[in-house]
Design a protein around this ligand. Structure first.
Ligand SMILES: [Zn+2]
Length: 400
């Protein structure tokens, strides 16, 4: 039996309708009001009233006449992509990437900064803040409305901190959002990077419909997953749902810094891959991930064997996800997947098939990334845009 749904007040309806129109404009680009009404199911008078507010605030612009069917002409409207933007930050263990996006999630600028080995988290974060401030200055006169940051590892929305970033020290004691918000003087939204990946895969792929369950599995310097159900991120009680990297695939395996043993992340991340390759080959100078990836791509037998075993272990984690969620699609992405995407997907499918309930395997798609873009950077921008779309009046002084 379904529980009764919560009632909607007038103010909730306005918030919802505004967000709906802004999301459609974000996806469609230029659109006449009549077509917005048709696509959203709203009355044309409602669309006209809401867009009049957006135009007054400067959030939306009229773009001139569009030719429609039967020779009809109507005025198109679009988001104001010339004057406003979003700052997106992708934090990884070894580098961070800053980008500016327009309101239609087109990446305008991207800059990558390396984090030297041994640099403290405080120092790296201070440099990140400096670089973010500078990028916002460079973007002027474009006004940056908000910032989204994709962080590795579980992020607690209650404490507003990274709960754990394996292999690093100090990041969990930095209040990222609070400091960035103060330095940049704009709202800042943090999201675990796999959640950002899921948002990007869902938002940038027009084939998905809102009823689907999509799970993005990030196989990078750590392993995590982002779950989208019926168009919404599944965050859990404190925002840490989907921490597949810290589920165990070996109950008495090596102790992980999360407290568990045999965590998937310790077998399947790009960090684990590099470690395994170094252990197997014992080179005079330790190989980097890039070196290990090149050996795999050039067909080195030992490295290929290690990679195939890694894919089998990853498949064990994927079977756990499938058995838990029964999703429509699982998308593999991030650093390690990008080295040999087709081989990884083929191997994971093969091992999932041998370990999964037949009906579940046959009804779950397992694919490599479906968008040829940086999912985390795009997803971080989307995390910030989400707040702008649901609370647009908060961002425009003329709306107050
Ligand atoms: Zn763990």
């Amino acid at each position: 039996m379904s529980l009764p749904r919560q009632g909607y007040n007038q103010s909730d309806i306005i918030v919802n309708n505004r967000a709906l129109l802004l999301q459609h404009l974000c996806r469609e680009g230029v659109c006449p009001r009549v077509s917005l009404a048709r696509k959203t199911g709203l009355k044309q008078s409602t669309v006209t009233n809401i867009t009049a507010d957006f135009i007054r605030w400067g959030l939306v612009r009229e773009t001139g006449f569009l030719s429609g069917s039967k020779g009809r002409r109507s005025i198109g409207i679009s988001l104001n992509n010339d004057d406003f933007g979003i700052l997106s930050i992708r934090l990884a263990r070894t580098h961070f990437v800053l980008s500016i996006f327009n309101l239609s999630v087109t990446q305008l600028v991207q800059k990558q900064y390396e984090i030297p080995e041994g640099q403290s988290a405080d120092e790296s974060f201070s440099l990140l803040c400096d670089a973010a401030e500078e990028l916002i200055r460079e973007a002027s006169p474009r006004r940056i409305l908000a910032c989204g940051i994709a962080v590795p590892g579980p992020y607690s929305t209650i404490n507003n901190r990274i709960a754990l970033m394996t292999g690093t020290v100090g990041w969990d004691s930095i209040p990222l959002c609070g400091v960035l918000q103060e330095r940049l003087d704009i709202p800042v939204f943090a999201e675990q990077d796999a959640n950002c990946g899921a948002l990007a895969q869902y938002w940038l792929n027009p084939d998905f419909y809102s009823g689907q369950m999509l799970i993005y599995v990030a196989v990078g310097q750590g392993v995590g997953s982002g779950v989208i159900n019926s168009g919404k991120l599944v965050r859990g009680r404190i925002g840490m749902a989907g921490e597949i990297g810290h589920t165990s695939i070996c109950f008495d395996g090596p102790l992980c810094s999360c407290g568990n043993r045999g965590c998937l992340e310790n077998y399947c991340s790009s960090t684990a891959f590099t470690r395994l390759v170094n252990e197997a080959l014992s080179p005079a100078v330790p190989l980097s991930f890039k070196d290990a990836a090149s050996l795999l791509q050039s067909g080195n037998e030992t490295v290929t064997e290690l990679f195939l075993t890694l894919c089998e272990r990853l498949a064990v984690g994927i079977v756990n996800i499938i058995n838990t969620f029964n999703p429509d699609i699982i998308i593999l992405g991030d650093e390690l997947t990008h080295v040999m995407p087709d081989l990884m997907v083929e191997q994971v499918r093969k091992h999932v098939q041998s370990r999964c309930i037949r009906e579940l395997y046959e009804t779950t798609r397992i694919e490599k990334s479906l968008v040829a873009k940086d999912s985390f950077a795009h997803g971080a921008a989307l995390a910030a845009l989400d707040d702008i779309f649901f609370h647009p009046a908060d961002y425009f002084p003329s709306a107050q």
